[in-house]
Write a protein that binds this ligand. Structure first.
Ligand code: FEO
Length: 396
């Protein structure tokens, strides 16, 4: 297995996972992914920054060897954060190289002990701390909540290289390893999707981190997934700043998502949407059975209010609705207004169950409405009243 030279004494030694199609249960990965790891050699010591997932140790070891490292004599293993896609194989490396010092943030030090479950030679570092490898410096930059509380960056000033963890990266198994050989459209689309799913709940922290990155002299960004950003690293920073920026002042928005067996629940959806529009709310209506659940969830999380409808079948809401509800982030949704609706024939639990899930997510629930089979005028009136209540909650 080949390593890739990025700069003098700096190598990509990660693992490729081309067949992965779902990451962390929460996002699709149509291009697979990579678990990027970097070998840094100084005159007096060497370091590996970032590990790889369990099951990829053999590939990691081979690439380290190809880069000229002795995998049994690694001085430092720097973990920018401890999610197991980057730490799953750490235990195997430590079995081979027991003297290795693990370098990480204080928050990460608590987690890595629970992942490896063995006594560790640990060194906790904070913002501005550094390790001299001999002519090459690892300087640590605190960047918490991107996307875990333990995250940080590792900056190598002599190589103008920023090893950024999950930030700026994206899921893409890219055999060429470097950004400059990648189609731009593929890069932008996949990087934005990664931002939306993984980083968008932490926009404030993204902006704080970007400000720190702007203060560094950088020629290459080495993220923990996807290609090494060697062509336009500051372009990635600019995109992150744009995506994380607070939106310009705009009106309130609502997502009305539903499924409908015979068009009855769809009628309620249309009545709710029309009333919201008459209240000045920008509404997006979507049959969620027609698009991927993650896409529908992204639409919902982009709105100020989320109104979800399902017929009741066998005393419950239908599966496409639960897939969307399950993909909603409690962090993103906790301040949103929620409501539910649905047609039913006998018992009619769906709307109540959906509202219950919204309460679990910490949403401000405005209520539910139902219609027995085909909505009559009175039931459509109740749907319009629910929409007015949602609009009132949005403006409260
Ligand atoms: Fe790629 Fe947060 O792990």
């Amino acid at each position: 297995m080949q390593s890739y030279n990025i700069d003098e004494g700096l190598y990509w030694v990660g693992a490729q996972d081309p067949d992965l199609r779902v990451f962390d249960v929460i996002m699709s990965t149509q291009y697979g992914t990579s678990y990027n790891s970097y070998f840094v050699r100084g005159r007096g010591a060497c370091a590996v920054v970032e590990g790889v997932k369990a099951g990829f140790f053999g590939e990691w070891k081979e690439r380290l060897t190809d880069a000229g490292a002795d995998p049994s004599r690694i001085d430092y293993l720097v973990l920018n954060h401890t999610e197991p896609d980057h730490t799953g194989a750490v235990r195997e490396l430590l079995e081979l190289s027991p003297e290795t010092c693990i370098v990480c943030s204080r928050a990460a030090s608590l987690l890595i002990r629970e992942i490896v479950n063995e006594p560790l030679n640990l060194r906790v570092v904070g913002d501005g701390d550094s390790i001299d490898l001999g002519g090459v410096t690892l300087r640590f930059v605190s960047a918490p909540f991107l996307h875990w509380p333990d995250s940080m960056f590792t900056y190598i000033p002599e190589r103008r290289a920023l090893i950024s963890g999950d930030v700026f990266g994206f899921h893409h198994h890219w055999p060429g390893v470097f950004e400059d050989a990648m189609p731009v459209s593929e890069l932008l689309e996949t990087q934005k999707y990664y931002f939306d799913v993984i980083m968008s709940p932490f926009k404030k922290h993204v902006l704080e981190a970007c400000e720190k990155v702007r203060g560094l002299d950088i020629s290459v960004i080495c993220p923990s997934h996807g290609p090494v950003l060697n062509k336009d690293p500051l372009g990635a920073v600019a995109r992150y700043e744009k995506w994380a920026a607070p939106g310009a002042h705009r009106g309130k928005s609502a997502f009305v998502g539903y499924v409908s067996c015979y068009g009855f629940t769809a009628k309620l959806a249309r009545a709710i949407a029309a009333e919201l529009e008459s209240e000045g709310v920008d509404v997006r209506v979507q049959d969620v059975s027609l698009i991927p659940a993650l896409e529908a969830a992204a639409m919902a999380m982009a709105a100020d209010a989320v109104i979800i409808g399902s017929p009741t079948v066998n005393r419950d809401a239908l599966e496409p609705v639960w897939q969307v509800m399950g993909a909603l982030s409690a962090i993103v949704c906790r301040s949103k207004v929620g409501a539910s609706f649905g047609s039913y024939g006998w018992s009619g639990e769906a709307a109540k169950h959906i509202l219950g899930r919204m309460e679990q997510l910490g949403m401000k629930t405005a209520g539910a409405c139902r219609a027995k089979m085909n909505p009559n005028e009175e039931e459509l009136g109740a749907a319009r009243t629910l929409a007015k209540d949602v609009a009132a909650a949005l403006n409260a």
